[in-house]
Design a protein around this ligand. Sequence first.
Ligand code: FAD
Ligand code: UDP
Length: 369
Amino acid sequence: MTKKYDYLIVGAGLFGSVFAYEANKRGKKCLVIDKKEHIGGHIYCENIEGINVHKYGAHIFHTSNEEIWEYVNQFADFNRYINSPIANYKGEIYNLPFNMNTFNKLWGVVSPQEAKEKIEEQRKKAGVEDPQNLEEQAISLVGTDIYEKLIKGYTEKQWGRKATELPAFIIKRLPVRLTYDNNYFNDKYQGIPIGGYNVIIENMLDGIDIKLETDFFDNRKELSELADKIVFTGMIDEYYDFKYGHLEYRSLEFENELLNIDNYQGNAVVNYTDRETPYTRILEHKHFEFGKQDKTIITKEYPSEWEFGDDPYYPVNDDKNNKLFEKYKGLADKENVIFGGRLADYHYYDMHHVIFHALDTIKKVFKNY
Ligand code: FAD
Ligand code: UDP
């Protein structure tokens, strides 16, 4: 019996939306479902007072892959936003990522050579030779002063664990530069979609059937019967009813405030790097789009432990969880289902990675792109 749809796509986030757009373009009939009340997954923006509020945290699109940049530009125009967050340590302001502006403010050094010597002197004094954890990695990259003021407190709040218990790779995400350059990313292309991220997802899903507030697991059998094949972008352990146990995540809570002033902090992102302030950062959304509104919306971001039922944000890719993921992946590899996106792959992907993986999946499924 022919089914109503070729694909049932579980999740209207970026992975599900790229897959749906490409399959639809190839004449396949798709149904996209999401348990949330909106499309877009974590890149969704809520428009409040004409300001696009990044509902699930600050999202800046960046990539060095020209193909991905051209791809995403089909769906929206991008502005010239460059992410340059500021660190606030007990009222002292520093530029991020760690660069000559940071080193100058902290130590008064002016030349790259002086900065290098200062970092080397602190690394030696701390006795770090072969970094084994985040603390040692950070000290080896930028020295103890920066570690103490700009990294330790922020990291321990963010991850709810001691910096000595965290893997070194986390801190390697941040550039360290001996130039006066405050661009947080090294990528060739960067920006925010004009009109917000919803424009991208709405254009991708245009003309495709969507059912919101529909949890796959509430009606698994009936939903599965609607389509020849399933594309699953939810949590891989949930797909298997947690038979080997739960994968762990870090979660976030957001507190929004609408303020009757036009400019609260003069920057889209300010990180609070001390241990005592309970939030990690304050976002001021209008600055992502150079907004001229009379009012402003700010969001305080509080990291929290994740429990089943909370929105999963950051996968905890430590050895224990990675091993558990591999067990689920072993099952998934034998299944006639397409798994993709950050929850099914249990991986911290940026948006450009997700698009890359979705297009790669399309190439494999349709044997071309
Ligand atoms: P998601 O967006 O999570 O989509 C999955 C969808 O599946 C969700 O809508 C979910 O509701 C739905 N779903 C799950 N289970 C079910 C079910 N059982 N039934 C129905 N629906 C279900 N990337 C960048 O490139 N730049 C940034 O600056 C950046 N900042 C970030 C900041 C934060 C705080 C976080 C957490 C992430 C950030 N990212 C950033 C990463 C970016 O959010 C992701 O790469 C991207 O959104 C992942 O898309 P996805 O489709 O894989 O997952
Ligand atoms: N980090 C820090 N101080 C900062 C910003 C980041 O110590 O002011 C560390 C922290 O451990 C964080 C990691 O660097 O988890 C990666 O930072 P990034 O900004 O990439 O984190 P994300 O935006 O993904 O939360």
